[in-house]
Design a binder for this molecule. Structure first.
Ligand code: SF4
Ligand code: SF4
Length: 247
């Protein structure tokens, strides 16, 4: 019965994606979401300046090491996509994975190229939390979406429900896994590993409720966007320097 209910929710999200997702795949981020303005205490998010990302992949490596992500390249908590607009007008999107060789597009064919780091958006209105039949996926009081590995039954509903492809089933533990903003680090006042190692400061992390945080500063200084805004998931990963090609 519970599973049927969860399945219905997944179908609703899929329908929402089909109807709305193609209409507006990205949109300028609102100044403050309802949840951001409502509570007290920190409300964490991340900012990514696409113009600063050089696609070096150090963030992906650091994440794997810090969080014991399985070594195979297709298991990732964060990844980087390269968007290449070619002289014939086509846009090629390649996912860069740690340890994988990349095939470069010949320079003479490239009009424009940039890198977009991706991860769980720690949505303020997360479909993955809504579909979990056992309450294993939840949002902390500071706005971080986590998985309780002891409660997770590995049904995979959350993996299907996430419109950003941010989750995978861990091959050893058989539970859902994804980015936690390195919760074990931020609880101690440290930065997430990917932010710490980025050599160009393309990633910033901070409290969306604190005007002094680097993330709020970034959002004041740049126009920022969220991915698939029309789905109303209220992502808390904000991008500057992206355009309509990014999904
Ligand atoms: Fe859930 Fe996906 Fe949003 Fe992360 S990006 S909170 S996994 S719906
Ligand atoms: Fe919840 Fe785990 Fe199932 Fe995901 S895989 S829906 S976290 S029980």
């Amino acid at each position: 019965m519970i599973r049927r209910h969860a399945l219905r929710r997944i179908l609703t999200w899929v329908a929402g994606f089909v109807v709305l997702g193609f209409r507006e795949l990205w949109a300028e981020a609102p100044a403050a979401s309802e949840a951001e303005g409502a509570g007290e205490g920190p409300w964490y998010g991340m900012g990514i300046d696409v113009e600063k990302c050089i696609g070096c992949g150090l963030c992906m490596q650091a994440c794997k090491t810090e969080n014991d992500v399985p070594a195979e390249p297709h298991f990732v908590r964060t990844w980087v996509e390269q968007y290449v607009t070619q002289t014939d007008g086509t846009v090629a999107v390649t996912t860069i994975r740690p340890g994988e060789e990349r095939e470069a597009t010949p320079e003479r064919n490239v009009l424009h190229s940039f890198f977009v780091p991706k991860l769980c958006n720690h949505c303020a209105n997360p479909p993955c939390v809504q579909v979990c039949p056992v309450g294993a996926t939840f949002t902390t009081k500071d706005g971080v979406v986590l998985v309780d590995s002891k409660r997770c039954i590995g049904c995979g509903y959350c993996i299907q429900a996430c419109p950003y492809g941010a989750r995978y089933l861990h091959p050893v533990t058989k539970v859902a896994d994804k980015c936690t903003f390195c919760y074990h680090r931020i609880e101690k006042g440290l930065l997430p590993a990917c932010v710490e190692v980025c050599p160009t400061q393309a990633r910033v992390f901070g409290d969306l409720r604190s005007p002094a945080s680097p993330l709020r500063r970034m959002r004041r200084m740049h126009k920022t966007f969220v991915l698939k805004a029309a789905l109303n998931t209220e992502p808390k990963v904000f991008y500057s320097g992206i355009d309509g090609e990014v999904r």
